[in-house]
Structures are given as C-alpha cells and as structure tokens.
Design a protein around this ligand. Structure first.
Ligand code: NAD
Length: 498
C-alpha cells in the first residue's frame, strides 16, 4: 500500500486501492480537541472526486467483488475484522486525537468491530431466496436476493470505526460495494481501515474513502449511481439527506439522534440505577446517540437519587483522553462546546436550575481544550428546550414522576425514539414499560448495551431502518421474483380455449 504523508498528517482520498489527491486540490484541517491545535489535513472532495470513487465502486461490483462466491466474500470480511482488531491501538489513538473521546473507549470499539465482521461475514452465504407455491403448479416461482449496487455510507465523528463497520459490514456481506464519507472531524481512522481491508485481501474499489464535509456528503447523495445512502448523524442532516435522495428515488437508512429517557422506579436497585444514569449521560462526555439525557426519578426517591447523582458528577475526573485515569474527555469540537453552553443557558432561561457543572472546565496543561463540566439540571419543565432538543454533550435533565402513566406520557413526549432505560425489580412493570415506551431499544436494569446480533435503530425522528442483527442485511438487498413456466402449454391470450 502506498504510504500516507504521515510526517505532516496530510491524507488524500482512497479510491480503487490508491491514494488520490482531490481533483481541484482543496483541503481542510482537523483539530485535536484536547489541545485545540491543528491535527492534520484532508482532501476537500468535490463532485468529481465522488464520481471517481463511485466509478471505482461500480467496476468492483461487476468485477472482482461480484465474481466472488458469497462464502469467499464472507471470509474476506472476517479477515478484515482480524486486521482491524490487531491494529486497534493505532486506530484508537487516531480517533482519540481527533474526537477527544477516551482512548479506552475507542480501543474497545476498534477491537469489537471484529465481532460485527465475523457475524456479517458468516451471514454472507446465508442470504437465501424462497420458492413460492403458486396456484398454477406448472410454474416454478422463486425469489433471488440481490445486492443494490453502490452504497454511500456517511458517518459522524463520535464513534468513527464502530459506526463505519456497522453500516459497511452488512452492505458488503450482501454483495454491495461502498463509497465511505467519514466525518470531517474524524477522517483519519478510515484510512487505517482501508489499509486493513487491503491486507485482508479485499479487492481494490470495494470500499473507497472520500473526505470532506456537508458538500461532499451532498455530492454522494446526489450521485445517480449510488443506490442507497446509509447515514448516521443528526436528525437535521438525516432529514436533508432523505429529501435529496427522495428527489431521485434512492433509498436511505437513517440512524439519527435521540433524547432518551432513563427511568428509575421506587423499587429499583438504587446503586445500579445511579451507575446506569451516570454512564448513560457522562460516558463519552454525552457524545453518544443513546445518551440517557432525561432522567425520570420516582418522586418518593427523587431527593436521595438526585443528591447521589450530583455528588458523583462533581467527582468525575476530566483530563487528557489518552491518560488511563481520565474519566471524561473534552467535547469533540469548539462548535459542540459552544452548543453545550448555549443549551444550558437556554434551559436556565426557561426556568431550569443548574445543580452541578454548567460551564467550561479548566484542565491543567490543556487550557485550550474544549472541556465542559458534567452538568445536571432540575426543575426542567415539560416545555423546556432541554426536554426536546439533543445536546450531544454531558448535560442531564432530572425530573420527578408520580406513576407509570405519568412517566410513560413524559418519556414519549419528544420527537425522538432511539432508546429508553427502565430501572425496576418488578417483572410485570418491566415488560409493560418495554411495550409502552416508543423507542427502538429498551434496556431494563442496564443501559448503553449493544450487540452485533441485536437489532438497533430509531422510532419516530430517530431514524429509518435498523443496524445490527439479521434486519441490517435486509436493508442492503433487493428481491427479484422469477416465474418459470415448466409446461409446454401455450398461454396465448388471443386463442380462446373451449
Ligand atoms: P452531522 O449530522 O452533523 O454529520 C454526520 C455526517 O453527515 C458527517 O460526515 C457530515 O459531514 C455529513 N453531513 C452533514 N450534513 C449533511 C448533508 N446535508 N448532506 C450530506 N452529508 C451531510 O452529525 P455529527 O455532528 O457528526 O454527529 C452527531 C449526531 O449523530 C448526533 O445527532 C447523534 O445522535 C447522531 N448519531 C446517531 C447514531 C445512531 O446510531 N442513531 C450514532 C451516532 C451518532
């Protein structure tokens, strides 16, 4: 593989197995959020670069990738997973330096994507059609499940490798090829994934990387040879992408934002619930789509749980995401830091009260970093913007509730429906709540759990489609129905049978 210009961290696009400079020479820079300093530069791709990448993906589709048996395709995905896992440390360091999330979390993600590639690699040769027993017995009627073609994958910055593999693994297992546009905040690790793919023996052109921001994403969505867009990101961008794709009748899978309720009943194991509330919002500095950003606590235990939450939040250690004892890193971008500040101020202006945090944090030695204190607000009314808008930062709104009906109404009263947590020892209540909550995932007595074989996705404005599990592979297939007349009988509509 051609080496990248690592001495000055300048990355070109990766198209057809080669590094290619952007057609018009445009570049952008990314920043290290822990230091606030420039980190590296990347190709600012235009429609011409996207076209080159899509053309390469099309050639691979009808060439080396399309020619492979499903079993062999699956084996290559598994080999890719092995390579990624053995380079997890390097991938994690690149990601942590770009999004400021803890090295330990990025490492765990880069390591665990092997499980996803094993699962979908194994599913590749289990994609089967059906034989349909028609009324007319002389017809053999069956279905073929075929790939869609070139899939455009657009991902955000919070979990770059994890979310890239979540979309690419099922898309590739189904026989498609991919053009990936990583986030402009965290583009570097995508090139490590390409290096791993190449070493695993995945043919050139099967996965291509074009970098850039919104304009590059739009060019990918608009390209007439992209059959489907698999998008993970904000609901605002998802809405814009679905509208653009809809204009040319291309389909979309959308994994969008959330405002997930984390509900604690009076009979819950309080220690576990407090740990679940804290990790639900402060792990990853709240920069996770499944952040449990609304805590509903039963009124009989409200004060004691709130006290414990505030005490624990105040003791969270902020610092360098690469240091093993750091518990929370910075916001990934200056813009996200400003959003955290602005949303807390707006919530207070609407009557909420800050109990802990609420401001930028100073970290010794990293004075220019984008650190924000773990923040808890209470007295947050039902109409407060903090109930309805995603912060994507370490900001928790805590509210009391009286009974099941009350909390179900409150929990469901947002446009989002990604996830929900319920803490209770009552079996009947646990399952009743699971049925009544409008969310694609409901966790009972746990939070923030994901698995390669457990489907994940949003209700309402949190998305369309599912990642993970068998459901995900269906998103990247189309069904062809074949009618085969086996008798010699001529069916001529103009010859009258008597
Ligand atoms: P974002 O929507 O701003 O950007 C995501 C990606 O889309 C980036 O690569 C960006 O360049 C591109 N993009 C932005 N606007 C576009 C447009 N109009 N057309 C084409 N491409 C466009 O999101 P972000 O700030 O990078 O990530 C945070 C968001 O992602 C949060 O809302 C979070 O909840 C969501 N998210 C969802 C999931 C999930 O699985 N549901 C997982 C992680 C993050």
């Amino acid at each position: 593989m051609q080496t990248m210009k690592e001495e000055n961290r300048g990355y070109d696009n990766y198209i057809d197995g080669r590094f290619v400079p952007p057609c018009d020479g445009g570049r952008f820079v990314s920043f290290n959020p822990a230091t606030g300093r420039e980190w590296g530069s990347f190709a600012e791709s235009t429609a011409a670069d996207i076209d080159a990448a899509v053309s390469a993906a099309r050639r691979a589709l009808s060439g080396p990738w399309g020619d492979l048996s499903a079993t062999r395709r699956g084996r290559l995905l598994m080999a890719w997973g092995e390579k990624i896992a053995s380079n997890a440390e390097r991938i994690a360091r690149l990601e942590s330096a770009q999004n400021g999330k803890l090295l330990a979390e990025m490492h765990a993600q880069a390591n665990i994507v092997r499980e996803w590639l094993y699962y979908y690699g194994g599913l590749a040769d289990k994609i089967e059609g059906r034989v349909i027993p028609l009324e007319r017995k002389s017809v053999l009627n069956y279905t073929l499940r075929e790939p869609l073609g070139v899939v455009g994958v657009i991902v955000p910055w919070n979990s770059p490798t994890f979310l890239t593999v979540m979309s690419c693994a099922p898309a590739l297992a189904a026989g498609n090829t991919v053009v990936l546009k990583p986030s402009e905040v965290t583009s570097a690790s995508a090139f490590e994934l390409m290096k791993c793919a190449e070493e695993a023996g995945i043919p050139p052109g099967v996965i291509n990387v074009v970098t850039g921001g919104r304009a590059a994403g739009e060019a990918l969505v608009d390209h007439p040879d992209v059959a489907k867009i698999s998008f993970t990101g904000s609901d605002a961008a998802g809405r814009a992408i679905a509208a653009r794709a809809g204009a040319r009748l291309a389909s979309c899978a959308l994994e969008l934002g959330g405002k997930s309720p984390n509900i604690v009943f009076e009979d819950a194991a309080i220690d576990n619930a407090v740990a679940g509330l804290l990790s639900g919002i402060f792990a990853a500095a709240g920069q996770t789509c499944i952040a449990g950003s609304r805590a509903y606590i039963h009124q009989s235990i409200y004060d004691q749980v709130l006290d414990r939450l505030v005490q624990r939040a105040r003791s969270i250690k902020l610092g360098d995401p690469l240091a093993p004892d750091t518990q929370m890193g910075p916001a990934a971008t200056r813009a996200q830091l400003r959003k955290n500040e602005a949303m807390v101020a707006d919530s207070v202006a609407h009557g909420a009260e800050v109990l802990s945090g609420g401001r930028r944090a100073a970290v010794a030695g990293l004075e220019e970093g984008y650190f924000f204190e773990p923040t808890i607000l209470h007295r947050v009314g039902d109409d407060n913007p903090l109930i309805h808008q995603e912060v994507f930062g370490p900001v928790l709104a805590v509210m009391p509730f009286s009974d099941e009906d009350d909390v179900v109404a409150k929990a469901n009263a947002t446009k989002f429906g990604l996830a929900a947590g319920v803490w209770t020892k009552d079996l009947r209540r646990a399952h009743t709540m699971a049925q009544r909550l409008q969310a694609g995932t409901v966790w009972v007595n746990t939070y923030r759990a994901l698995a390669f074989n457990a489907p994940f996705g949003g209700y309402k404005d949190s998305g369309i489609g599912r990642v993970n599990g068998v459901e995900a592979i269906d998103q990247f297939l189309q069904t062809k129905c074949v009618w085969c007349e086996l008798s010699d009988e001529i069916q001529d509509p103009f010859v009258l049978k008597v």
